[in-house]
Write a protein of this length. Sequence first.
Length: 285
Amino acid sequence: MPESQTTDTVSNSGVPEKFYVRFTREQRYMHAVLFTSFLGLAATGLPMRFSESFWARRFATAVGGFGSILFLHKFFAVVLTIAFLIHVKDIFQRAFIRREKGIFWGPTSMVANWKDVKDIFGHMRWFLGLGPKPKFDRYAYWEKFDYWAVFWGMIVIGFSGYAMWFAPFFAHFLPGWALNAVLVIHSEEALLAVLFIFSIHFVNTHLRPDSFPMDMVIFTGVESEEEFKEKRALEYERNAKLGKLEGRTGIVPPVWLLNFSKVVGFTAIFIGLLLLVLTLTAYFS
Ligand code: HEM
């Protein structure tokens, strides 16, 4: 069935429930490549950083030594780099060829604006029971933060990683001290990325009370009308006012997709949390 076709299911209250598309198939695939390659990079980078710890040695023995770990690290790095370049190409195409309005500014943009600042304070007030919950648009302030943390991290980690990988080439235009510095930059930024993704991103996206234990939308691409209204009220209201809601209806996620998504999602969270615990224990011991 095409993604834009609608099918109603029955909610707990017995009322037929509609589903709306939030992420396209391409966006979901991109996220899948992003998180699998990132997990691969973290699982191979951390044993190199904490090579003295027992788990790093065991892992190295299991895969054929630290040389194999480095080979796998470079493999995942190439996969992530290709995904990142495709994403940057898409942004350029949308902005400068298709001249899509609102990609850099406005309610559907990833770029932070004044409303995000007000939402941060409004949300804090709501946490303390001092005001109403703010209404969010397509991307809430924490989602924008997550996006830019990864985007910026990708540039820093990627550049420093390639500078180490192709050190003789980079030595043509970087001083010697900079080639030493890139190892520190790569290592520390990678640690920051691991801590951020496996704690803050996991909590922000999946462990919030309204998404717990996992937000399925990044796997299925659709969310129920109830979720849409609750989580992104401003986007829902704007689409309703402009008569665009019907064009966004999606199919009820099939049971196999929900089950598959749960297995993949919980496995990713488990690996992430395991790496987080191993990193913290190695770091403080
Ligand atoms: C395009 C992306 C990346 C490239 C090209 C890359 C490349 C490299 C290379 C060449 C090394 C050097 C290993 C050595 O010879 O000692 C390395 C180390 C490492 N990488 Fe990456 N990497 C990338 C992304 C990542 C990411 C996303 C993470 C974390 C999630 C990460 C974590 C690490 C860690 C922890 C080390 C060990 C640093 C140390 O020894 O202190 N890397 N990487």
